[in-house]
Design a protein around this ligand. Structure first.
Ligand code: PMP
Length: 351
């Protein structure tokens, strides 16, 4: 890289996104997308929005979409912040986090974008080890910190915290922002959004990429008290005042309103997940209890990288992890029943 750029850019360790292969005949179980795609109402709204009005800038505040989200969660519109994917919402959140004399806490095994944002924005960061059962160790968060960011359920483990545990955390750090990243909450965990009313330090981050089947549209949002949201709007308007294009605003609004589709497809994924867990256990895998649309599994005597490579030869892509603490684990997205059956058959042949 050219020496003309700043030392910060030279020191970055960027996030490496999961592989997005071009081949259509692959069974793609590596980046936790929905196998069912978006609601037909969302697709119709996107098509209808693709007209001459595209010459005009979109609504910078995404008012209609914010109103649909506010209604879906029983909060006021001023509690809602919208971004271009929850990655962007998280990026603005990390930027807005105050610099304290104590580090930001996240689990050590978690969404790998968090340490990347800390590096980008120069935030002191302390990864907190999970306990032996790969759960978030609540006791370890009882220490001075500059804020906490936790996915619930955690990724890539899929294990969820209860609302009582989140409330305890919020009470333990009343002067710090606690961010609960609910990318996977619709697959069986409890949302912390009802806690927003009593806790001015809680920010809940959501995405339409997983349960709404809209990873390609790039829409995420955050819910918190208006004081917290105001800071995010300041950061947004200092960065890109039009984060969501017209098609994304229209599609996301229709997707949020189609609750029947959400309930049906997430219910189906939860059902398929229990079948997938049983077949993996029958094949000798250890599988963590997942409340997400993926499972985290390891085989006692097979290397995860070798298993992932062997599956790849059979046109099935899953994710394995390379860091020293989680090297032996596979993360497998819950696909359709048929995809999960093909995966189990392929694993049987490989083992
Ligand atoms: N949070 C977590 C925990 C995730 O796993 C992901 C998906 N990689 C995201 C946030 C970002 O999702 P998106 O930007 O597609 O909304």
């Amino acid at each position: 890289m050219s020496r003309f750029w700043s030392p910060i850019v030279h020191s970055l360790t960027p996030y490496v996104p999961g592989e997005q292969p071009k081949l259509a005949n692959l069974i793609k179980l590596n980046t936790n997308e929905s196998p069912y795609g978006p609601s037909p109402a969302a697709l119709a709204a996107i098509r209808a929005a693709a007209d001459d009005t595209l010459r005009l800038y979109p609504d910078p505040a995404s008012d209609r979409l914010r109103s649909a989200i506010a209604q879906a969660h029983g909060v006021g519109m001023e509690h809602v912040f919208i971004g271009n994917g929850s990655d962007e919402v998280l990026a603005h959140t990390f930027q807005a986090l105050l610099q304290h004399d104590a580090p930001l806490l996240t689990p050590d095994i978690t969404y790998s974008f968090y340490p990347v944002y800390c590096g980008l924005y120069g935030i002191a960061h302390e990864p907190v080890p999970l306990d032996e059962a790969m759960r978030v160790d609540m006791e370890a968060y009882r220490r001075p910190c500059g804020g906490i960011v936790l996915p619930n359920p955690n990724a890539p483990t899929g294990i969820a915290l209860g609302l009582d545990e989140i409330a305890t955390l919020l009470r333990a750090h009343p002067e710090r922002v606690v961010v609960i990243d609910e990318a996977y909450v619709d697959f069986g965990a409890d949302s912390a959004i009802p806690l927003v009313r009593q806790h001015p330090n809680l920010l809940v981050v959501r995405t339409l990429s997983k349960s709404h089947g809209l990873a390609g549209l790039r829409v995420g949002y955050a819910i918190g008290q208006p004081d917290l949201i105001e800071a995010l709007n300041r950061v947004k308007d200092s960065f890109n005042s039009y984060p969501l294009d017209r098609l994304a605003q229209a599609g996301a609004e229709a997707a949020i309103a189609d609750r029947e589709w959400l309930a049906r497809t997430t219910g189906k994924i939860i059902e398929t997940r229990s079948g997938l867990v049983s077949s993996l256990k029958n094949l000798g895998f250890e599988v963590l209890p997942s409340q997400a649309n993926f499972v985290f599994a390891r085989h006692p005597d097979r290397d995860a990288a070798a298993l992932a490579a062997a599956l790849r030869e059979r046109s099935i892509i899953v994710r394995h992890f390379r860091t020293p603490r989680i090297a032996e684990w596979l993360r497998i997205t819950v696909g359709t029943d048929e995809e999960c059956r093909s995966l189990a058959e392929a694993l049987k042949a490989i083992l």
